[in-house]
Design a protein around this ligand. Structure first.
Ligand code: ADP
Ligand code: MG
Length: 166
């Protein structure tokens, strides 16, 4: 498949709280059927952002690192879509394993957020939003994170991701 091409927005956040806040704001742009793929090294802030996404979507249950489970379903508190939070690290890849997880929600009715999903979950949805999180090069101590959002596919062509950087 071609390298990621789409609408890109870059945002700098300065603290875990700002990462959560970004997640809350991004959640407002999401809808059922959306696939969000989070990329970044261990400790980058993928789960922290997912926590904000869960808050913004208004779902039940604390979002934590899904270390012992591959996927966790957070049902909606109100009328929004459920959040399916996936840690694909131990997932072999492909749709089969996701389907084998036997989640009690339909993925097309959910917002799916996947950590470590590159090369494994792209086929879950036609379009996807890549969220790349990285630290300033060489800096492992401070709380600055650079977040690059890239929407791939028609779904993202008209979504105003740029508003998130304002
Ligand atoms: P990942 O899921 O990518 O492994 P986590 O979100 O679980 O990362 O952990 C990120 C860690 O980095 C947390 O301990 C968090 O407090 C810390 N941190 C420091 N600055 C930030 C930031 N700007 N955004 C997110 N997390 C941050
Ligand atoms: Mg994590």
């Amino acid at each position: 498949e071609p390298s990621v091409a789409g609408v890109t927005t870059e945002i700098t956040v300065n603290s875990p709280e700002q990462m959560r806040e970004l997640g809350r704001r991004l959640a407002k742009l999401l809808r059922a059927g959306d696939l969000v793929m989070l990329t970044g090294e261990l400790g980058a802030g993928k789960t922290t952002m997912t926590r904000g996404l869960g808050e913004g979507l208004g779902v039940r249950g604390a979002v934590t690192s899904p270390t012992f489970v591959i996927a966790r379903v957070h049902p909606p508190l109100g009328g929004g879509p459920p959040l399916v939070h996936v840690d694909a690290y131990r997932l072999g890849g492909g749709l089969d394993e996701m389907e084998d997880l036997d989640l009690d929600v339909s993925l097309s009715d959910s917002v799916i957020v996947v950590e470590w999903g590159e090369g494994k979950v792209e086929e879950l949805a036609e379009d996807r939003l890549h969220v790349l999180i990285h630290r300033a090069v060489g800096d492992t101590t401070d709380e600055v994170r650079h977040v690059t959002l890239t929407g791939v596919g028609e779904r993202w062509a008209t979504v105003g991701l740029g508003a998130l950087s304002a």
